[in-house]
Design a protein around this ligand. Structure first.
Ligand SMILES: Nc1nc2c(c(=O)[nH]1)N[C@H]1C(S)=C(S)[C@@H](COP(=O)(O)OP(=O)(O)OC[C@H]3O[C@@H](n4cnc5c(=O)[nH]c(N)nc54)[C@H](O)[C@@H]3O)O[C@H]1N2
Ligand SMILES: Nc1nc2c(c(=O)[nH]1)N[C@H]1C(S)=C(S)[C@@H](COP(=O)(O)OP(=O)(O)OC[C@H]3O[C@@H](n4cnc5c(=O)[nH]c(N)nc54)[C@H](O)[C@@H]3O)O[C@H]1N2
Ligand SMILES: [Mo]
Length: 680
């Protein structure tokens, strides 16, 4: 920290949001108020630049609608009517209710959290200790990345990949299922540097995104057909012998079985399944087979379909087949989070469970699970939910079911929040949480490889408390006296990386780089038992193309009624459902939109700018039609996760998505969804 006479200070921070960039921040504080948030110019990947959203972080923090006091419900469930109460009253009532439920069966209590903050302290530390001690249900945190995560682990042994900085030296970059300009801006800077140095950029995405506009080539495949595309590319690599046999022999296992499968995928068959031209398949294979170094930026967009896990395993095999890993600017990056030596045991204390083995609830099926009665297979009916760092009523799939569950009068719901979100509206108690400017945290990233610190820049607003402190106080009321419930936030922050990161150095510099090899798999050394990439992995088998749950091929009758495939990728100016209530950002987005190809709009009598109804058997939502070639024929793009109450007629895109899971990782398949659209 620096200052000028104590009035203006610059505080080191880290962006808390669920984004691969995890930027290093400098927060300017004047007279105790944060007046500006900027990117740290010294941090290598942040490079002094922030996205539009996070540069508005003070607007979000000092938003007039911040929840600044504990609130208790006064109206019917879901009405969002509350009265202010004191902390003592709120915590006493919550502890009493949780204890009464726990006396019957603590598994009837379910924590529900995701990545509102990615911080290791304000995420799963004191909260996890509390729920472990209680013996509550465990939560399977699958809503975003677990299909791809499990796939990478099957193939490489961990969620690891290239260093993002080295993309600048690549000669070919495949941007695969990622709208990098919107959701991974600091990667895009390196991709542009590569482009200036002569690299070819190819975007593989059903939507002609802002990123696709700026690439040399765009392959607009049908959603959920990435696995087929890879098999087609592999066949071309084989028949033209664009393979690095030495790398395959030394550093992979199981290639012969996949080779056999791939040989059946002619460019014509591949093109028919993917909805592209056979020439595009041949051309892409030629580029990938003959350009060095070639790098793949894979992102989670392409794994939100039934076969998402298998597709990631197939893509992850490509850089091994051509030996791309030999060069530091070759290989693949989906996630770098597995490089971090995090001591989850110290943070979460699973030993507090003792001999108990609670059931696990999958966060992605919370709609169905809230409506489940007690049964031998399911366990007890869910009686209480404690939500923090998440807005499930807006973001979880098939919201008609989620809303029905949250509206249960007999469900006891506590929500720790900054705002009265769609979820908080359904709470019995809303507890005011601090924002990133008001608490201490430490961060890893899933797009780069430094550890960052976030110092508290200002005092908590109103009566807000950090998540940690809320759970600390609840633990005390429940009579939990294990020493770990007395740990301060700084003590927890020091435990996160143990001796691997020198905490005082982190504090002094704001971030420290993990010591990692430049080209991690140039000589193999994957973090698998054999050190090889597992093309055929024990327990997972040989990857294959897995068709969508819903598509013309897999469910023709359904496709006759609901002929359009809908994907729902992020809006550029929101972060999932965060920032939707920040007016200046909502003004840029305008209103919820559905991009539809003019050829699909015309027969439905849909005009540009018209209000349309998007529907299927699960539900319906309304938004504005944008006639655009950004949508390929047969596919519509419902952009962004709006707050339902700020959307049209209280609806958002998850009204029509379903709760069916992916092949690996038990994740939702948001982008595997058939709908029909009509003019309203
Ligand atoms: N501005 C902004 N940034 C964000 C987010 C946000 O909401 N807004 N969300 C953050 C989060 S939670 C995450 S997980 C990350 C990563 O988030 P991702 O969901 O990976 O986000 P995108 O990079 O937009 O990538 C999605 C892209 O995949 C495309 N896509 C959809 N289906 C398919 C398919 O079947 N195959 C292929 N090849 N492509 C497909 C979409 O059209 C879209 O362009 O981004 C983070 N960054
Ligand atoms: N249709 C469709 N649905 C999707 C997606 C999609 O692409 N399409 N994307 C999916 C993906 S990738 C993800 S990751 C999920 C995202 O789902 P969530 O992780 O639920 O993300 P957000 O919607 O941003 O909600 C986070 C909430 O946490 C709160 N919060 C932030 N910091 C703190 C804190 O320190 N303390 C407390 N108590 N609260 C805090 C914020 O105010 C915000 O309301 O959504 C998924 N849903
Ligand atoms: Mo995500």
């Amino acid at each position: 920290m620096e200052g000028d006479g104590g009035l203006t200070r610059s505080v080191r921070g880290a962006c808390p949001h669920d984004c691969p960039d995890t930027c290093a921040l400098r927060v300017t504080v004047r007279d105790g108020r944060a007046v500006k948030v900027q990117g740290d110019a010294d941090h290598p990947t942040t490079h002094g630049a922030l996205c539009t959203k996070v540069s508005r972080y003070p607007e979000r923090t000092y938003h007039p609608e911040r929840v600044l006091h504990p609130l208790r419900r006064v109206g019917p469930k879901g009405a969002g009517r509350f009265e202010q109460v004191g902390w003592t009253e709120a915590l006493d009532a919550i502890a009493t209710r949780l204890q009464a439920i726990a006396a019957r069966d603590p598994q009837a209590i379910v924590p529900y959290s995701y990545a509102g903050t990615m911080g290791l302290v304000q995420g799963e530390s004191m909260a996890a200790r509390f729920f472990h001690r209680l013996g509550a249900s465990l939560l399977d945190r699958t809503i975003c990345a677990s299909a791809g995560g499990e796939a990478l682990t099957a193939s490489y042994g961990a969620k690891v990949g290239m260093h993002v900085e080295h993309f600048a030296e690549a000669k070919l970059i495949l941007i695969w299922g990622s709208n990098s300009i919107a959701s991974n801006l600091h990667f895009w800077t390196y991709a542009q540097a590569a482009k200036r140095a002569g690299a070819k950029l190819v975007c593989i995405d059903p939507r002609r995104s802002e990123t696709a506009d700026k690439c040399h080539q765009h392959l607009a495949l049908l959603p959920g057909t990435d696995g087929a595309l890879v098999l087609g590319l592999m066949r071309e690599l084989i028949v033209n012998d664009w393979l690095d046999h030495d790398y395959i022999d030394r550093h992979t296992e199981g290639w012969p079985a996949l080779r056999e499968k791939a040989l059946a995928w002619t460019p014509e068959r591949t093109a028919a399944v993917c909805g592209v031209d056979a020439e595009q398949v041949r051309g892409l294979a030629r580029d990938y087979g003959s350009t060095r170094p070639a790098a793949i930026r894979l992102n989670y967009g392409m794994q939100r379909v039934h076969g998402g896990g298998n597709a990631v395993r197939l893509v992850a095999t490509l850089p091994c087949l051509v030996g791309a890993w030999r060069h530091r600017a070759g290989g693949l990056l989906l996630s770098s989070s597995g490089w971090y030596p995090i001591d989850h045991g110290a943070l979460q204390r699973p030993e507090l469970l003792g001999a108990r083995r609670p059931r696990t609830i999958n966060m992605s099926t919370i709609g169905d699970d809230l409506l489940h009665e007690s049964s031998a297979g399911f366990g007890p009916k869910i009686e209480a939910l404690v939500v923090y760092n998440s807005n499930p009523v807006a973001v979880a799939p098939e919201s008609p079911q989620v809303v029905r569950g949250f509206a249960r009068e007999d469900l006891f719901t506590v929500v720790l929040e900054h705002f009265l979100t769609d979820t908080a509206d359904h709470a019995d108690f809303v507890l005011p949480a601090t924002t990133q400017l008001e608490h201490l945290d430490v961060h890893r990233s899933y797009g780069h490889t430094s550890v960052l610190i976030n110092e508290a820049a200002v005092a908590p607003l109103g009566e807000a408390l950090p998540n940690t402190e809320i759970f600390r106080r609840l633990a005390a009321r429940m009579g939990y006296d294990e020493p770990c419930f007395g740990d301060s936030d700084e003590a927890i922050a020091r435990q996160a990386f143990g001796h691997h990161v020198h905490f005082d150095e982190l504090r002094a510099r704001g971030w420290v780089q993990l010591p990692l090899p430049e080209a991690p798999f140039a000589h193999g050394g994957f973090p698998t038992p054999s050190g090889r990439c597992r093309i055929d992995a024990p327990g997972w088998g040989v990857p294959d193309h897995v068709p969508n749950h819903e598509s013309a091929q897999s469910t023709p009758a359904l496709a006759a009624a609901y002929p359009l495939a809908m994907i729902s990728p992020p809006a550029r100016n929101f972060l999932n459902s965060s920032f939707v209530n920040v007016k200046s950002l909502r003004d840029i987005e305008g209103e919820p939109v559905l991009e539809i190809h003019p050829g699909d709009a015309a027969p439905r009598g849909i005009h540009d700018g018209a209000l349309v109804r998007v529907f299927n058997e699960r539900g319906q939502y309304w938004c504005k039609a944008v006639l655009s070639e950004r949508a390929r024929p047969g596919v519509v793009n419902g952009l962004g996760i709006w707050w339902r109450k700020l959307g049209v007629r209280g609806s958002n895109v998850n009204e029509v998505t379903h709760q069916k899971l992916t092949d690996l990782g038990r994740a939702p398949s948001f982008y595997d969804c058939l709908v029909e659209v009509s003019a309203d």
